[in-house]
Design a protein around this ligand. Structure first.
Ligand code: THU
Length: 151
């Protein structure tokens, strides 16, 4: 994946973060999913007054591709998060996917037979940390364990 593609994916995630609904934490997260055909699908976090019902950005984006029948098409994801101030997103540390989101991303990784690239960016854009999903979720449990996809 070229640097331009990664930068574009991070930009899409940052744009998605501007559509977060996060009145409780004030922490805006955007996720951008890159599919095999080059298309990009985004999501942002959706909080709820019953806090535990909050949807993470990655989960919101994953629901979109699953509902379109594209769960086997995922190749990479970018995540950006921080606190908004005007048009800027503040925060110097890359935002890594929570444990639940790692598991949800793993579903698509196994269905697409791809160890997906996970690019974690800071709100201010100064730092990017990149991983394979298998680094973030080693020894995963997924569709392969239920015989739904081949090992
Ligand atoms: N959040 C995400 O959207 N993705 C993650 O992987 C971690 C956390 C959101 C959930 C909540 O709305 C806010 O960040 C603070 O936890």
């Amino acid at each position: 994946m070229t640097d331009d593609v990664v930068d574009g994916l991070i930009d899409a995630a940052r744009d998605a973060a501007s559509r977060a609904y996060a009145p409780y934490s004030g922490f805006h997260v955007g996720a951008a999913l890159l599919l095999k055909d080059g298309s990009v699908v985004t999501g942002a976090n959706v909080e709820n007054a019953s806090y535990g019902l909050t949807l993470c950005a990655e989960t919101a984006a994953m629901a979109k591709i699953a509902n379109e029948g594209w769960i086997g098409e995922l190749v990479a994801v970018a995540i950006v998060g921080g606190r908004p101030e005007g048009d800027a997103l503040l925060g110097r540390d890359p935002v890594h996917p929570c444990g639940r989101c790692r598991q949800i991303l793993n579903e698509a990784a196994e269905q697409s037979s791809t160890d997906i690239d996970v690019h974690c960016a800071s709100g201010d854009g100064s730092t990017v940390a990149s991983y394979k999903l298998s680094e973030l979720l080693p020894h995963s449990f997924g569709p392969k364990d239920l015989g739904v996809v081949n090992k």
